[in-house]
Design a protein around this ligand. Sequence first.
Ligand SMILES: Nc1ncnc2c1ncn2[C@@H]1O[C@H](COP(=O)(O)OP(=O)(O)OP(=O)(O)O)[C@@H](O)[C@H]1O
Ligand SMILES: [Mg+2]
Length: 153
Amino acid sequence: MSQTIPLLSLADTQKFAENLAARLSCGDVVTLAGDLGAGKTTFAQFLIQALSPQPVEVTSPTFTILQTYQVTLAGGATCELYHYDLYRIEHPSALLELGIEDALSQVALIEWPERLGESRLPIALALSFTLADDGARSVTVQGDPKRWSDIAL
Ligand SMILES: Nc1ncnc2c1ncn2[C@@H]1O[C@H](COP(=O)(O)OP(=O)(O)OP(=O)(O)O)[C@@H](O)[C@H]1O
Ligand SMILES: [Mg+2]
């Protein structure tokens, strides 16, 4: 399944992030592709805030590569959320030092998934953010239709 959702304002991104947040389970890996400035971190910030019991400051993992959060999912399960920005990693092998094996049993948001190389991760949902020349933003969603077909609602 692939569908494209317009994200013409920050409010649109927030609504989409909140819809997705409400449907996540521990063990979900969500990849966030898209060029510099396309809106990946902004989406992650809204999603993490939606899952945080207390207000939380979500900073971009541009330099740290990984930031982790404690989140409470719909239904009350708690797990950790690993937010990666892989732009600066030299080689996919660096992921082991960055706790990727632990992340797989938690929730993982991965910016710059192209840097994963041949690593075979069980990706629950692949998002691709686009910023068009006219300034219009959108996100293309790919995942199992049984689970995600009505994500745009
Ligand atoms: N839906 C939107 N409407 C308007 N502005 C947006 C939207 N989404 C993101 N922005 C703005 O675009 C800018 C870049 O967004 P963001 O940092 O999320 O991009 P990114 O994809 O994470 O970039 P990078 O690859 O550099 O990490 C920010 O100033 C953000 O506020
Ligand atoms: Mg970013």
